[in-house]
Unconditional design. Structure first.
Length: 430
């Protein structure tokens, strides 16, 4: 099981490259027969110059899901901004199922107001009328939230375009490497550096409110777990025991942090009460126990252990007790995390020597392979459960990839000439 920990460390040390600020997203596979949608370039009231192309952001968000095919603006015969300007017959002839129009107008204290309307082209129904205030700095986020609302109206599933992704980059710096923990919008834009170090950083984990990140840093020559507030940059040291301090994972209520510690000689799962700072040992076995993750109801913790001879997933009550084995297919299963509904796990499995991302249906005990390998790591569910983001290799460097939970939609997220890894998808944030 030490190989799992060493693999994570090797990935954190492995890249030599420069970093471009934003992640570039490429959809590498989509749903056959994706729904055609037209998002018309938004108008603007006289004298206004919106700093963001609202329609382009919405169209790109919807297209990245693989479930929608956005019409290029150059193919549009007209560009209406208000409902009274729309002739749905025209869009029917173009084979469009859904139509989005909108306009940016003066707001109140926020500066701008974005008005949008969603039409079902063939029924003629006005499905939604949306209005959102936004300042200049928040206009891109407002566009993502409009895309969330449109996506939910069309699919019945909550959108994740306004969420964020934490990830780690490694770049060359002189004769060494600089490792940086960053947070970006779900589409790769607006990256922010959380912490940067000449030493490895790994295992970012979001608090349930999306305002802080726990992570492992080797900046003092050994592994320590820190908790950092994103808005202020304030951080505190949570674990700095002798030996391993790793794999932080929050309980759903944010009051407890599970982690891997070897302070007593062997790697075990511990739970820290973040209010009282009481530390409780959850597992007690001569094997190595690591990579804990709470269930959505907080009652169960899954973890990786080699107590059966090979790394496999086990579960134990979060209150303690006897652990039971969860995975039996394949000789290596590790790094599990729960889907938001608690019905399945995302994990890393080894098939024919290739490390691949898989989804385990807990009720049916059915393991579905979602990636091709050969070195895929760190799966993390989107907060609506529709996608899984993970780290992989492409053209000799580390990139991120995302797949729908049925494997039908895939995309790749990369930075030019840099290594990216250790993704963690944020929760929903108000």
């Amino acid at each position: 099981m030490y190989r799992s920990l060493l693999l994570l460390l090797a990935l954190a040390l492995g890249g030599l490259s420069s970093v471009r600020a934003e992640l570039t997203i490429e959809v590498t596979g989509g749903v056959e027969g994706a729904q055609p949608i037209a998002v018309v370039p938004f108008g603007a009231a006289e004298g206004l110059a919106p700093p963001v192309d609202i329609a382009a952001v919405i169209a790109a968000d919807l297209a990245r899901t693989g479930r929608f095919r956005a019409m290029p603006p150059r193919e549009m015969l007209t560009t209406p901004h208000r409902p009274e300007q729309v002739d749905l017959r025209e869009w029917r002839l173009l084979g469009i199922d859904s139509l989005v129009i909108g306009e940016v107008v003066p707001g109140t204290s926020a500066g701008f107001r974005i008005d949008a309307v969603l039409f079902d082209v063939f029924s003629g129904d006005r499905l939604a009328g949306l209005s959102m205030p936004a300042g200049a700095a928040g206009m891109r986020l407002a566009a993502h939230r409009l895309a969330d609302a449109i996506y939910e109206e069309l699919t019945g599933e909550q959108g994740v375009f306004s969420t964020r992704i934490a990830y780690v980059t490694v770049e060359a710096e002189g004769d060494g490497r600089r490792t940086t923990l960053r947070v970006a919008d779900a589409d790769g834009h607006n990256p922010q550096t959380i912490v940067s170090s000449r030493e490895p950083i790994m295992s970012p984990a979001w608090t349930p409110d999306g305002r802080r990140l726990a992570y492992v840093s080797f900046e003092n020559g050994r592994s320590n777990i820190y908790l950092q507030e994103l808005a202020s940059g304030r951080r505190e040291l949570l674990a700095s025991y002798r030996g391993i301090n790793g794999s932080p994972a929050f309980s759903p209520d944010g009051n407890h942090l599970a982690m891997t510690l070897s302070k007593d000689g062997n790697a075990e799962i511990y739970v820290l009460d973040l209010t009282t700072r009481e530390l409780r040992r959850l597992t007690d076995h001569y094997a190595i126990d690591t990579e804990p993750a709470f269930s959505p109801d907080g009652n169960t913790v899954v973890f990786t252990s080699d107590r059966g001879g090979q790394p496999q997933i086990y579960r134990v009550s979060s209150g303690g007790g006897t652990a039971e084995r969860v995975t039996f297919q394949n000789d290596y299963n590790a790094r599990a995390s729960f889907a938001p509904d608690g019905r399945s796990l995302a994990l890393v499995t080894r098939v024919d020597g290739r490390f691949r991302i898989a989804r385990l249906d807990l009720a049916r005990n059915r393991l579905q392979l979602l990636s091709g390998g050969p070195l895929d790591e760190s799966p993390s569910f989107a907060p609506n459960g529709s996608m899984i983001i993970y780290a992989t290799r492409h053209n000799g460097r580390g990139v991120l990839a995302a797949t729908s939970v049925d494997g039908s939609v895939t995309q790749r997220l990369s930075q030019e000439a840099s290594d990216v890894r250790e993704p963690a998808w944020s929760p929903f944030v108000e």
